[in-house]
Each structure stands twice: as C-alpha cells, then as structure tokens.
Design a protein around this ligand. Structure first.
Ligand SMILES: C[S@@+](CC[C@H](N)C(=O)[O-])C[C@H]1O[C@@H](n2cnc3c(N)ncnc32)[C@H](O)[C@@H]1O
Length: 162
C-alpha cells in the first residue's frame, strides 16, 4: 500500500464522474503525481484533439511558449474543480517533474478534494457554480471554452522539496 492509498479514495462527487474523497483528517500533502510531458509538437498534432486536453496541465517549456503540457499520473488527473470551496492547492516542481497537491485548510474525512483549474474559462458546466446559484450566492463562472488546467498561485509552497 502506498501513502496515497491511505489518504484518498475514489468517490462520486461534484461532476458525477470520478473524483477524490479524503479518508483521513487533514494530511498536508495529499498527493505527489509524476507527470508525463508532451512537447509542443505533440500537443499541437495530437493532445489538443483528444480528451487528454481536459486532463493536462500547462508546463513550462524550454522555448518559453506555453504549449507544452503535462499529464499528471497517479491521482493528480482525478481532482475535480471547485469554484466555491477549493480545499487543495497544487504546484509544479519542474526539476523533479512532479505536481504536489497540498491541503489549504482543515478537511474532514469524507469531504471531496477539489483544486482550482484557474481563472481561465471552464470548458464544462460547473456543478459547483450551479450549487452557488441554488444557494443564492451568485453564479459568475459557468463558462465554456477553456481547455487545460491552469496554474494556481501558491505563494509559500514554491520551494517544496518533493
Ligand atoms: C481533470 S478531470 C477530473 C476527473 C473527472 N471527474 C473524471 O471522471 O475523469 C476534468 C473533468 O472533470 C469534470 N469536472 C471537474 N470539475 C467539475 C465541476 N466543478 N463541475 C462539473 N464537472 C467537473 C469535467 O468533465 C472535466 O472535464
């Protein structure tokens, strides 16, 4: 059993597709996902024409262009997005080629773990934003058109040793 087996399990959360649910109270690092990096030419020719585009993260490229993308292996591809209550932050480590996912607040066992896909427009109807509407909290993020997970600015976590 790996550490991840003890922390996360599959659930049926927000999107009614797969997601991740916490099985113990508030660990700090909930997942470290190695990444599979797609160079720019592969992104242009292949990735952006497939469902993989909905799972990949922007990854810094040698050329400085932003077309390089990375697929998180392990559980990193299974986090759903929350507009209302993101409880997990993430950050790339480009040296070790992993994405590290870290709790942002106390989280109880049984809660869904959600990251933010960033401020770009979402490419799916946001179940979390719709929940906001039903609670009278407004709905300003039910957009479509974006495609790739964007980076969250996590000051203070950028020097993690993982
Ligand atoms: C990175 S995957 C997350 C895992 C995905 N739920 C699955 O079953 O494979 C991104 C996809 O999850 C779904 N998703 C994530 N967050 C969502 C949300 N807040 N509302 C609705 N669908 C969501 C969308 O279909 C999106 O394309």
């Amino acid at each position: 059993m790996s550490n991840n087996d003890a922390v996360l399990e599959g659930g049926q959360p927000l999107s009614r597709t797969a997601g991740l649910v916490l099985v113990m109270n508030t660990p700090k690092v909930v997942e470290v996902s190695p990444v599979l990096i797609f160079p720019e030419d592969e992104v242009e020719k292949h990735v952006q024409h497939t469902v993989l585009q909905h799972y990949t993260y922007y990854w810094p490229s040698e050329s400085g262009r932003s077309m390089t993308q990375a697929l998180a292996l392990g559980l990193g591809s299974m986090f759903n997005h929350s507009t209302r209550d993101q409880n997990v932050g993430w950050i790339r480590n480009t040296e070790t080629e992993v994405i590290v996912y870290t709790t942002l607040r106390d989280i109880k066992a049984g809660e869904e773990l959600c990251i933010s896909y960033g401020s770009a427009r979402l490419w799916f109807p946001d179940a979390d934003a719709q929940a906001n509407t039903s609670e009278g909290l407004g709905d300003d993020n039910d957009d479509t058109g974006g495609s790739t997970l964007a980076e969250l600015d996590l000051s203070g976590l950028s020097k993690m040793d993982i």
